[in-house]
Write a protein that binds this ligand. Structure first.
Ligand code: ADP
Length: 367
């Protein structure tokens, strides 16, 4: 994506010259001819850098600089003021009000491009740092909120239970809240590791069918309570090369949703397929489906599609699925229809035939 530069200059010739040279270097540009237009353009376009003339009609360059720096608008936006060569005072005033750098008029195109590159690079570093911090803040707030909810259920219900002779019936709710709190902490620590990129996965030859059956067994009780049947259509003919724990977690998250979001008495179909380099497992449910316009977002962190409010969840399951699958070099796709249900397909690399034969040989020799 191209970086966006806001040119604030009331002299059309100068603005055009700046635009021409910046666009030649593949930057996108927006021109504002007054201070008011400049503030509005920052709000609407969120540019990556601003070239700001001082002498402007209405709000002048200093006013623009001051108002941007005093508000959260344009946070982290590099501002380069354009001043006359003789204007030392103007440069100092601009820098004092929060401009990052200056260009003297008449300016050299070479200097313009060098400074632009420098400040755009700086802005990108600051932006990625901010995004990471913000993401971390949101995650922390969310986790604290969820944990507090679970703990408050545990606290309140255990208090009631202590006063009652038939305390047993409250233990179930306490237990559900405790299990949920534990799951939230497990997810948080797994996420932390995945997002830090630590935990490069070791891979091994995996029997995809056996692993899927094991994962499905974990949901038999939950499925039976809903009258949902889990049906294996076939078996995987070939092993895959993947990380066992990560694959199990991915299958568990998808299967849990397939049962959770299914209709009462619905089915979950599990089918394997083989293409050139991949073995696919498709998990199809007969549930509520995901609205088409939300499909691309369900793998986002904390995203829950409309209509899922009545079903318990954190919006982390599919995000973890995506991180784990990508970390193993696999693929995850989804198709969904509101009247039919959803199909999640996980594709993992087929075990190399030679490795597979070698492994089988070693196994038979050691038997
Ligand atoms: P959650 O904890 O909310 O289930 P996930 O990350 O596992 O979080 O899923 C994100 C959202 O995607 C869910 O809130 C739900 O709206 C939608 N979703 C996931 N799987 C299914 C499914 N099998 N059927 C319908 N909707 C689903």
């Amino acid at each position: 994506m191209k970086n966006k530069i806001l040119i604030v200059e009331d002299e059309k010739d100068v603005a055009d010259l700046l635009q021409y040279n910046l666009e030649k270097e593949h930057y996108d540009t927006i021109i504002a001819y007054s201070g008011e237009e400049a503030v509005e353009a920052v709000r609407i376009h969120s540019p990556d850098m601003m070239l700001l003339d001082i002498m402007l009609p209405g709000l002048n360059g200093y006013d623009v600089c001051k108002s941007l720096r005093e508000s959260s608008m344009g946070e982290g936006l590099p501002i380069i003021i354009l001043t006359a060569l003789s204007g030392e005072e103007a440069r100092i005033k601009g820098l004092t009000l929060g401009a990052n750098d200056y260009l003297s008029k008449p300016f050299s195109i070479k200097e313009l491009l060098v400074k632009t590159r420098k400040w755009i690079d700086w802005q990108q570093v600051v932006k990625s740092f901010r995004d990471r911090e913000q993401d971390h803040d949101t995650s922390m707030r969310y986790l604290v909120h969820e944990l507090r909810n679970s703990l408050s259920v545990i606290g309140n219900f255990s208090k009631i239970a202590l006063r009652k002779d038939d305390a047993r019936k409250y233990l179930k709710t306490i237990n559900i809240a405790a299990v949920r709190a534990e799951k939230i902490l497990d997810d948080a620590s797994l996420l932390g590791r995945l997002e830090r990129g630590s935990g490069a996965f070791s891979t091994a030859s995996i029997d995809f069918s056996a692993l899927a059956e094991e994962a499905a067994d974990m949901f038999r009780d939950m499925a039976t309570k809903k009258g949902v049947e889990i049906v294996f259509m076939n078996k995987a003919l070939r092993p895959v090369r993947a990380n066992e724990l990560a694959t199990r977690q991915v299958l568990v998250n998808i299967l849990s949703n397939a049962v959770k979001y299914n209709r009462d008495g619905g089915k979950v179909w599990i089918e394997f397929d083989e293409t050139n380099q991949w073995v696919d497992i498709s998990i199809t449910d007969e549930g509520c489906g995901v609205p088409h316009h939300e499909l691309a977002r369900i793998f986002d962190k904390f995203y829950r599609a409309a209509g899922s409010e009545r079903t318990k969840g954190t919006g982390l399951g599919l995000y973890i699925v995506k991180l784990l699958t990508e970390a193993m070099g696999g693929k995850i796709t989804v198709m969904s229809n509101l009247t039919v249900g959803s199909t999640f397909t996980l594709s993992l690399k087929k075990e190399d035939q030679n490795d597979h034969e070698q492994a089988a040989k070693v196994k038979s020799q050691s038997a």
